[in-house]
Design a protein around this ligand. Structure first.
Ligand code: ADQ
Length: 489
């Protein structure tokens, strides 16, 4: 029988993600202060207003005592957030270990870490066990809060085991899963010791979504080649049961950025930045300091450009704003010192007593400061070695209605599929090519900049985060109805 679907604007949406969109600081035994935190997924879902959404996830802090847990749960409830409490050991094994040390690099084509290359190593097995345990803990919290008719939307590589746990709890639950990273070629996924178990679990969902058609295709290939299942244009079929697989490219809340440029503080900030860098073209990079973002490659390309174009040396500046992440992981510490070393060398080489070519900041900027910076930029450089989508490129475009600056964009970012026609696409590994693109961007005629900007601005304005979420959820509702119709036939 066909199940009644509530109108979308009243449907409850349980968004399950590893991290809640808040940072929590303990002020006393039973008091907490909460702040909404930044990040790709958060920026996207903040823009969605049509569902009655609740977040379920880890608050990012260890709360061993019951008094603290109760107080935090209560404080979070006001922000429609529901916490999953993970202890330090689980966080270490599941989050730092399996998620960040194994799945993250693998899905970005950086391979498995050396020490975990053998499926039999104890660390791999215990990390995978912790991963499954943590996913089960998320499932327990979802189950506790689930009401009939709710839509449950699981996010990202942290929670690949969740769809299976949820369906075991209640096979009628509407479950969607979306991956924010690339899904790699099946030949890469195949190297993962737990490859089959993870694929089977994701397939328990009703709808599986990716940023691009290529990632969806890689996932279907992995299911056909590794599990021997049948791939169809709709998705993957296993003994008559279909899991829908499709592309849902994310966007941003573009109006929020456009409106920010009218705020007096932002206008003032823009004026100061223009004065500060008068006579120089501004190039900008904004990234989390992560291997996948290709920051050293970007800076080396800029060095090559300066090397080959002496006349530009005192006329251009690169501002690289890199928020440190995962600072307790040795590889990320190595990356930080590597970047500092290259920047120091280049500034020593091309700097003068009054100016340096690169300003590198290890920090995040608040929303308004970021908007001002995007707006005064002449050329944005996004050189990810792999990136699920890359929202920085969207945010830059949204802030460029006045200036019509140029976007240099890696062909390995999902955004290359949507902003490719307006951007200059580059292979970030090819430093000569990126250096040449910098020259092309700086010398581009206003007419061509206008034409390229029009294309991208139109895309960013019409393909928003709200639309992305609404499309995913309505597709999930439809998928479940179609499946029920098929069964009742
Ligand atoms: P991220 O890897 O975090 O997201 P991205 O999509 O660029 O990458 O989003 C980063 C967000 O953080 C942006 O909103 C940006 O403004 C903000 N940010 C980054 N550096 C900052 C800084 N220094 N100061 C202030 N803010 C900063 C993951 C995937 C992406 C995918 C998103 C959404 O890796 O490929 O696009 O999820 O699905």
């Amino acid at each position: 029988e066909r199940q009644e679907v509530r109108p979308y604007n009243r449907q409850r949406l349980l968004v399950v993600a590893n991290r809640l969109p808040v940072s929590a600081v303990r002020r006393g035994e039973d008091s907490w202060s909460l702040e909404i935190s930044a990040g790709g997924l958060v920026s996207a879902l903040l823009g969605v207003k049509v569902f009655e959404a609740r977040w379920i996830g880890w608050a990012g802090v260890n709360v061993p005592d019951e008094v603290g847990q109760k107080a935090l749960t209560k404080a979070l409830a006001e922000k429609r957030c529901i916490p999953v409490f993970l202890d330090e050991e689980i966080v270490h094994q599941y989050y730092n270990g399996y998620c960040n040390n194994i799945l993250w690099p693998l899905f970005h084509y950086l391979g498995l870490p050396q020490e975990d290359r053998l499926a039999t190593t104890r660390s791999f097995q215990s990390q995978f066990a912790a991963y499954k345990k943590a996913n089960q803990m998320f499932a327990d919290v979802v189950s506790e809060h689930y009401e009939e008719g709710d839509v449950v939307w699981c996010h990202d590589y942290h929670l690949m085991f969740l769809p299976k746990c949820l369906k075991e709890y209640n096979s009628k639950m509407k479950v969607g899963w979306f991956l924010h990273t690339p899904f790699p070629s099946s030949e890469i996924h195949r190297t993962l010791p737990s490859r089959s178990e993870l694929l089977r679990s994701v397939l328990a969902a009703d709808l599986v979504g990716f940023h691009t058609y290529d990632y969806a295709r890689h996932f279907v290939s992995a299911c056909t080649r590794i599990l021997g299942l049948e791939g169809t244009p709709e998705g993957v079929e296993d003994q008559g049961r279909l899991t829908r697989v499709a592309a849902f490219p994310i966007g941003i809340d573009s109006e929020r950025f456009i409106r920010a440029l009218e705020v007096p503080d932002v206008i003032q900030n823009m004026k100061e930045l223009k004065e500060r860098f008068a006579g120089r073209k501004v190039m900008l990079g904004v990234d989390r300091l992560d291997m996948i973002k290709g920051i050293p490659q970007k800076i080396l390309a800029f060095e090559k450009f300066l090397e080959e174009n002496a006349s530009w040396r005192d006329k251009v500046v690169l501002l690289q704003i890199a928020v440190p992440t995962r600072t307790d992981v040795p590889e990320y510490q190595k990356l930080t010192s590597q970047v500092h070393e290259i920047v120091g060398r280049i500034n020593g080489r091309f700097g003068t007593l009054t100016a340096v070519p690169i300003h590198h900041l290890d920090r995040s900027l608040d929303f308004y400061a970021l908007c001002a910076l995007y707006a005064v930029t002449d050329v944005a450089l996004v050189t990810s070695l792999r990136d699920g989508m890359n929202l920085v490129s969207y945010e830059f475009v949204a802030c460029q209605e006045a200036k019509k600056g140029v976007l240099i964009l890696s062909e390995f970012a999902g955004a290359a599929q949507s902003l490719g026609a307006g951007a200059i696409l580059v292979n970030p590994w090819n430093i000569t090519e990126v250096a040449a693109s910098i020259g092309q961007a700086l010398n581009m005629s206003p007419e061509e900049r206008e034409k390229r900007h029009r294309h991208n601005f139109h895309h960013v304005k019409t393909h928003t985060a709200q639309e992305w979420a609404e499309t995913f959820v309505s597709e999930l509702n439809d998928t479940v109805i179609e499946a029920q119709l098929r069964i009742s036939k």
